[in-house]
Design a protein around this ligand. Sequence first.
Ligand code: NDP
Length: 310
Amino acid sequence: MTANILFAARNDRWAEYEAPLRAALDAAGLDYVLATDLPPETVDYIVYAPNSRLRDFTPFTRLRAVLNLWAGVEEVTGNATLNAPLARMVDHGLTRGMVEWVTGHVLRHHLGLDAHIHGLNGEWRRAVPPLAEDRGVSILGLGALGRVCATTLASLGFDVAGWSRTAKDIDGIRTTHGPDGLAEALGRAEILVLLLPDTPATQNTLNAATLALMPQGAAVINPGRGTLIDDKALLAALDSGRIGHATLDVFRTEPLPPDHRYWSHPSVTVTPHIASETRPGTSSEVIAENVRRGESGEPFLHLVDRRNGY
Ligand code: NDP
C-alpha cells in the first residue's frame, strides 16, 4: 500500500526537509507519496509543525497518525479535531543540541565566567569556584531531554538532582517526584534547569512560593517553556537578588516583545528560542521509522498521552 504523507509546516521548512525525508523514507523501503498538498481524505500521515496553517484535522478522514516535528506539543494536544495518534519528536540532534546548550549555560554560572568576560578592570579579584561535585544542580523534568542533561552534568562531576511526575531511578542522580519532591529539588538548586513540558499541571511551577525555596543567589535556566515561570515573581526575585541570574530561552510571548523587562534586566540573559532545534537529517529518520511502524501495524514511537498533555 502507498502511504500518503502530507508535510504541513512553514513554507520555508519544505526546502530543508524534502530531501532528508525522501532519503529516510527510501531507506526504510516505503512506498509513499510525500507532498505539501494532498486531498485531505487521502492522507495517511501528517508531518506536522504546530506553527503551520493546518488547525482543523476534521477533513483528514483516514489519518493514521500526526508526526510532530517538535518536542513540545502544547499547541496540538488540546485540538479537539484531532483523533488520530499524535507522536512528538524525540531526535538525536534535538537531544544533543539541548545537552550542549544546557551544559554551556550551567558551566557559565558554575565557573562565574561573566566576571572574566566582562573584565575585572584591573582588580585582582580572585573568586575560585567550588568543584562541580560541591555544586547542586537540579533539573525539573527527566524526560528525553532532561534525563540526558542530568547524566551529562553528573558525568562532569556535578551533584545533580532531578524531578519528574512519576518516580525514576537513574544512576548517579538524586531523583524525586511529586510536590514534596519539588521542594527538595529546589532547596538544593544553586543552578536550576527547567525541562518540563507546557501542560496545565506545569504552569507557573516557578512562582513566588517555589522561588523562595531556592538558595540565595541561585541561577535559573529555562529552555523548557515560558509558561513554567510566573514572570512577575521571577522579576521580583531578580530585583531583590534572591535569584542571582536567569537565562531564558522561552517565553510566554515569542518573539519576546521589545519592551519586555527581561531584555534590559542586568541579571537576565535572553536567548531567542535556540536552545535546541529539530534537525532535518536525524528527525527524518524518526519520522520514517514511525511511518514504517504504522504501515506494518507496529506501535508508534514517542506517542503523546493526551490526558497528561505531553
Ligand atoms: P518529555 O515528555 O520526554 O519529558 C517531560 C518530563 O517532564 C518528564 O520527565 C515528565 O515526568 C516531566 N513532567 C511532566 N509533567 C510533570 C509534572 N506535572 N510534574 C513533574 N514532572 C512533570 O519531554 P522532553 O524531555 O522531550 O522535552 C521537554 C520540553 O523541552 C518540551 O516539552 C519542550 O517544551 C522543551 N523543548 C524546548 C526546546 C528549546 O529549543 N527551547 C527544544 C525542545 C524541547 P515523567 O517522566 O514522570 O513523565
